[in-house]
Design a binder for this molecule. Structure first.
Ligand SMILES: [Zn+2]
Length: 293
């Protein structure tokens, strides 16, 4: 990604070093909305439309290794180069989602409310209760905030989904849950899930997660169109990441039987497909996963 083209968001709160104690399981108001899932790799080659084809890797090595700046003024001392780079990425991508969604909401005659993104270590308290880093990044509808332990990016890389655009996809996916919250989807889905047997509630969760993937794609479309933030290789990274966190791939990787009734985020194929629908169209109305998956 060409992160140097982007501005940094003011809506990041650094809670690293602020010790959170408490139980692992959420007990606060509201259910937290699924994180990104876990994360590894599959290749997808065919991209259509716009000038997305120019973003396919020409076999080049990953780019943007320039590090820079601080997440917040007081927080970046003693950080590793990888942390500083991750801080920059999260800040620039969050800022870009602010610009893209502000524009898209305006076009729909609505006003976008920017979410805050909280960076934490180990565990964090939110309106959704206490959550361990092990749960991965998540969005809490109760306080309109995205929560991320930047260490998740290392896990992502270990699972084969490295690269800055894969990381950006994680941020944009969580912002996708914020969009769902603003549009009233989250509340409606949670209301329905409380009345459904587990397998059907999981199926609804899959639809919600795929919509967040699609919204992540919508963001990337506009980030590229408006600011040329993407560069060759980025789409491949995103598609690899989407595949690597498919429920079927993750279950197989864990050596577990693949049980579709337990899927909560969608298969690798579904996650790639919906990310791509958003990417190719740039149109959030195309992200209607609730009526067709
Ligand atoms: Zn999610």
């Amino acid at each position: 990604m060409r992160l140097e083209r982007g501005r940094r968001s003011q809506n990041i709160e650094d809670r690293r070093g602020a010790r959170s104690s408490g139980r692992r399981v959420s007990s606060g108001r509201g259910m937290k909305v699924g994180g990104i899932g876990g994360i590894v790799v599959v290749l997808v080659g065919l991209f259509l439309g716009v000038d997305l084809s120019s973003l396919m890797s020409a076999g080049g090595a990953p780019q943007s290794s320039r590090s820079g700046g601080q997440l917040t003024q007081s927080s970046s001392t003693g950080r590793s180069a990888a942390d500083v780079e991750a801080e920059r990425l999260v800040s620039v991508v969050l800022a870009d989602t602010e610009d893209v969604w502000t524009k898209l909401f305006q076009q729909a005659g609505q006003r976008y409310q920017r979410p805050k993104l909280v960076v934490f270590n180990d565990g964090v308290r939110s309106a959704c209760g206490f959550t361990s880093s092990a749960a991965g990044p998540f969005y809490c509808p109760g306080d309109n905030q995205v929560y991320m332990d930047l260490g998740f990016f290392r896990q992502l890389k270990q699972m084969g989904a490295g690269g800055d655009f894969a990381q950006a996809y994680v941020v944009a996916h969580e912002v996708g849950h914020h969009i769902q919250n603003l549009l009233g989807v989250s509340m409606e889905v949670q209301r329905m899930q409380r009345q459904l047997p587990k397998a059907q509630a999981n199926a609804l969760s899959v639809k919600t997660e795929l919509q967040a993937d699609c919204y992540a794609g919508v963001w990337a479309h506009h980030a590229h169109k408006d600011r040329q933030l993407l560069e060759p290789g980025d789409l491949e990274e995103g598609m690899k990441a989407a595949a690597s966190i498919g429920d079927d791939v993750m279950m197989a990787r864990a050596g577990a039987p693949v049980r579709p009734e337990r899927f909560t985020h969608g298969t690798a194929e579904q996650r790639q497909r919906w990310l791509y629908i958003g990417l190719e169209s740039g149109d959030p109305t195309r992200c209607d996963t609730l009526s067709n998956v």
